[in-house]
Write a protein that binds this ligand. Structure first.
Ligand SMILES: *Cc1c(COP(=O)(O)O)cnc(C)c1O
Length: 349
């Protein structure tokens, strides 16, 4: 019953096979191997973006921070959701890599920024001449941290606000594939056609050992990204093992199959929660993350039976047994129906 996060699961066997194939003999180092060029070619084809530049790193924090730093001056501010990973879970790395830029946070509804709130946040900055921050890029998360998904219209509405002020748009796509299969659209529709300039394209949470791709649709800042990646200690010398993973991921739709499996597993869990008295789903659940409130006694039972998940802004001890406590449940590509069914049995006591 592994619902703690989608980075606790195994690597897909096809990815392991690709690593073994890449392990055959010698190859040039530092992203000059043939496999790296294959990744760029695959991304350009899949995203219908022949000019796109693609650079691999080993963490989402690095992809986000290096992309944002390449488009942000130290005196700028980046606009993001209050709940954004870059705001709450990256230990100020975006600020650090940008040389001191700050973040201006925007409230969310159902995990999403609303265009009017984004506009208000943008209007609120660059009003103090030399004394306050300048407006920098807007960063959106798709799938959001709440497991919800921006529709294409919602994305376009937000990027249009950014455009009104001449700001670039970054997408944190740690769970890009989960949103993509949910919307059933093309990668181009969910990115540059909707006004997105750059994407942190996640792999680790969706079956890779540890690779995220920074995709720049406008190649102008690509060189700067590479310089920052090296200086930031994120240019791997045995880069072929990153490229091999990302190649396998994008080949024959493996990334989409894994994301569909993760989403389906979460749907099974969410349907079960929805039909359980005393359990309440919290957001308009859409992908492979569900939040729900359950009575403390149910959490105790589940955890004692070995269910793994995180309570959200709550602790198990120190309150009435019938108090509803929020929790987050995340599924990955390898989740098994029988584990979800066992979870439901324990939950229903
Ligand atoms: C997991 C995650 C990341 C990347 O995290 P790392 O631990 O740095 O790989 C980025 N954004 C979101 C929304 C995430 O959930």
């Amino acid at each position: 019953m592994h619902f703690a996060s989608d980075n606790t699961g195994p690597v897909h066997p096809k990815v392991m096979e690709a690593l073994v194939r890449a392990n055959d003999g010698y190859a040039p180092a530092y992203a000059s191997e043939a496999l790296a060029a294959d990744v760029t070619a695959q991304v350009r084809t899949l995203f219908e973006a022949p000019e796109a530049m693609v650079h691999l790193v080993v963490s989402g924090t690095a992809a986000n921070s290096l992309l944002l730093a390449s488009h942000t001056s130290p005196w700028d501010t980046v606009f993001c959701a209050r709940t954004a990973h870059i705001n709450t879970d990256e230990l100020n790395a975006p600020e650090f890599f940008s040389g001191g830029a700050k973040l201006t946070t925007v409230p969310t509804e159902d995990g999403k920024m609303m265009p009017d709130d984004l506009r208000k946040a943008i209007e609120g900055e660059e009003t103090r001449d030399l004394h306050g921050p300048s407006r920098g890029p807007v960063s959106l998360t798709q799938t959001t941290e709440a497991g919800t998904v921006y529709s294409l219209d919602e994305l376009t509405a937000l990027t249009s606000v950014a455009r009104d002020y001449g700001l670039k748009v970054h997408m944190d796509g740690a769970r890009f594939a989960n949103a993509l299969v949910k919307l059933g659209c093309s990668p181009a529709d969910m990115t540059w056609r909707a006004g997105v300039d750059m994407v942190s394209l996640g792999g680790t949470k969706n079956g890779l050992m540890g690779v995220e791709a920074a995709v720049l649709f406008d190649p102008a800042k690509s060189r700067e990204f590479e310089l920052r990646r090296k200086r930031g200690a994120h240019l791997l010398s045995k880069h072929r093992y990153l490229a091999a993973q990302m190649n396998a991921y994008l080949t024959d739709g493996l990334w989409l199959k894994m994301a569909s499996a993760a989403n389906a597993a979460c749907r099974r869990l969410a349907d079960g929660l929805r039909s359980t008295p005393g359990a309440n789903l919290m957001y308009h659940y859409q992908t492979n993350i569900a939040f729900a409130r359950l009575p403390r006694a149910a959490h105790r039972r589940l955890m004692a039976s070995g269910a793994e998940y995180h309570l959200w802004d709550a602790t198990l001890d120190g309150g009435p047994e019938d108090e509803a406590l929020a929790a987050r449940f995340v599924t990955d590509w390898s989740a098994r129906d029988e584990d979800t069914d066992r979870f439901m049995e324990v939950l229903r006591g």
